[in-house]
Design a binder for this molecule. Structure first.
Ligand code: SF4
Length: 70
């Protein structure tokens, strides 16, 4: 089952944690603000693989800039 993951760059404080936990999913722009590694223009993505890693990133984000929906 896939999971819808959204990112809210306006909330991101560029801490870098999400790409530590899910480096294949999350990346950053030149200011360190979160974006999707495979789809830099998108603000949401269906996650099929690495759901555990994405869940960890979601839990660790200090400002809830990552949102997971079932
Ligand atoms: S963990 Fe949250 S605040 Fe930190 S870089 Fe990722 S989205 Fe931004």
């Amino acid at each position: 089952m896939s999971q819808l993951c959204k990112i809210i760059p306006e909330r991101c404080i560029a801490c870098g944690l999400c790409a530590v936990y899910a480096p294949n999913i999350f990346d950053y722009d030149e200011e360190g603000i979160v974006l999707f590694a495979q789809e830099p223009e998108a603000h949401q993505q269906f996650i099929q693989d690495e759901q555990a890693a994405v869940l960890k990133a979601y839990q660790k984000c200090p400002v809830r800039a990552i949102v997971l929906e079932k």
